[in-house]
Design a protein around this ligand. Structure first.
Ligand code: GLN
Length: 468
């Protein structure tokens, strides 16, 4: 037996009595163990998962089960789950047990999902390949010589490997959508403020959002509806009601950025696939038009100035005093900070803290951070303007398919992986990556759709209608 791919399949198997949530959970745990070489899970939560599964079976029998009964879920290792370890894949949080649960975790459990474990990721969600984890790289389940993408590489792989039908990740600059593209699954980043960040270990707080991975946009929508909505524990959480997710039969107005499709460095097969998608949508009666994104080359630098600035301040709390790793050698307060942080953080996290501290320091603040904030406003205005006219904006998710382990060692080349994904985070708009293409190298790649803020439910419903 294997984990049903979709929630619909899981629900019908449960309704037919051909399986139970306990059986599904046991299968998923076995699958995870038999695929341990992929290094997807940092820990499996056997006890709490099997306990929850038995509880959901009892609720199914009495007709009181929640809407995610049958969902087998993994949590990225930066989401807190009460009584469970969480480490952001960093040595600095080794051994730390969370005293509380993230709001998204509370909501998943309340809807009767079973959480089977925590997944590997880039340390503090910083990376595009999952190679920055303190616990080793994740192997792409579709081709183990390739990376699964990052930073939510374990989350994407847990779905792609058929272990889970749903995973939660976090997306600050593309960390849900890029691994979704590399692993051939759906990955969704909600509008900023749509999903509570309470209990998500912060990277860059004005960018971070929690979102789902699944095999279909329909399942991503089911999970989104459960985790989204106002939370008084996150003061950036929106009070707006969720959309209905209804679509209309009217023809859609779709745009694409000329600069993205024509960009040098975009894999020619991905470009050809985009053009074929435009033709297909037109043949369905929708309009597809080119629009301009003159600031394309400024997106990645702006993101890396602002996100590192926020990270340098967020990561100041890991000081060896309050939680996590404390150096055994340390003498005195300053020495404790210095040694604990030197020993606990990996090289990429150190690089980002240094860069972020630099752009915020007096003398450089105006030239970098303040300027980055101004450019961010222009990017947001330009991004939103498109939605005055268009329902959707379409881009490739990534310039290439999954690359090999160790293939990209230069940080700037790695950062350019995010060229098409950071815009949605800079502007705060919802964006989904859909597994629409297969390259002649055998690997999948995604198409990204963006919509206006708070059109999340409609975006996923349209994605399901147009691309499944
Ligand atoms: N790859 C980007 C980075 O390293 C995005 C990370 C993310 O979305 N968490 O910053």
């Amino acid at each position: 037996m294997s984990t049903p791919r979709t929630l619909r399949e899981a629900r019908s198997a449960l309704a037919a009595g051909s399986t139970s949530v306990l059986a599904l959970t046991r299968t998923a745990l076995e699958q995870a163990r038999s695929k341990a070489h992929l290094n997807i899970f940092l820990e499996l939560f056997d006890e709490s998962a099997l306990g929850k599964a038995a509880e959901v079976d009892a609720k199914l029998a009495s007709g009181t089960a929640g809407e995610l009964a049958g969902a087998i879920v993994s949590l990225k290792d930066n989401l807190c789950y009460k009584g469970h370890k969480v480490s952001a894949a960093s040595k600095i949080l080794e051994g730390f047990t969370s005293p509380y649960s993230a709001t998204v975790v509370e909501r998943l459990l309340a809807a009767d999902a079973v959480i089977i474990g925590r997944t590997n990721c880039d340390e503090f969600a910083m990376g595009s390949s999952n190679e920055n984890s303190a616990y080793g790289a994740v192997l792409n389940p579709l081709d183990t010589s390739k990376v699964p993408g990052g930073s939510s590489g374990g989350a994407a792989s847990s779905v792609a490997a058929g272990i889970c039908n749903v995973a939660l990740g976090s997306d600050t600059g593309g960390s849900i959508r890029q691994p979704a593209s590399f692993c051939g699954v759906v990955g969704f980043k909600p509008t900023y403020g749509r999903v509570s960040r309470y209990g998500l270990i912060a990277f860059a707080s004005s960018f971070d959002q929690v979102g789902p991975f699944a095999h279909t946009a329909e399942d991503a929508l089911s999970v989104h509806k459960v985790i989204a909505g106002h939370d008084e524990l996150d003061n950036t959480s929106s009070q707006r009601a969720l959309g209905s997710g209804q679509t209309t039969a009217a023809p859609l107005k779709v745009a694409y950025y000329r600069e993205c499709v024509e960009r040098e460095g975009l894999d020619p097969e991905i470009k050809a696939h985009m053009l074929a998608q435009f033709a297909r949508l037109k043949a369905l009666g929708h309009s597809v038009e080119p629009i301009e994104l003159p600031m394309l080359d400024h997106l990645v630098p702006t993101y890396y100035i602002l996100a590192t600035a926020e990270a340098s301040s967020n990561l100041a709390r890991f000081d060896g005093i309050r939680y996590g790793h404390r150096s055994k050698e340390a003498k005195g307060v300053d020495d404790t900070y210095r040694r604990s942080r030197t020993e606990g953080f990996g090289p990429e996290v150190k690089r980002r803290i240094l860069l972020g501290t630099f752009v915020l320091s007096s003398g450089y603040y105006d030239a970098y951070y303040a300027q980055g904030m101004r450019v961010r406003r222009l990017i947001r205005e330009n991004t939103l303007k498109a939605f005055d006219t268009y329902d959707l904006v379409m881009t490739p998710t990534c310039p290439s398919t999954a690359f090999g382990h160790g293939e990209i060692s230069d940080p700037v080349t790695m950062y350019l992986q995010d060229i098409f994904t950071v815009q949605a985070n800079l502007a705060g708009v919802p964006a989904v990556s859909l597994p629409t293409g297969t390259h002649s190298n055998g690997l999948p790649f995604g198409t990204q759709l963006m919509a206006k803020p708070f059109a999340d439910e409609r975006l996923l419903a349209l994605a399901h209608e147009l691309f499944v």
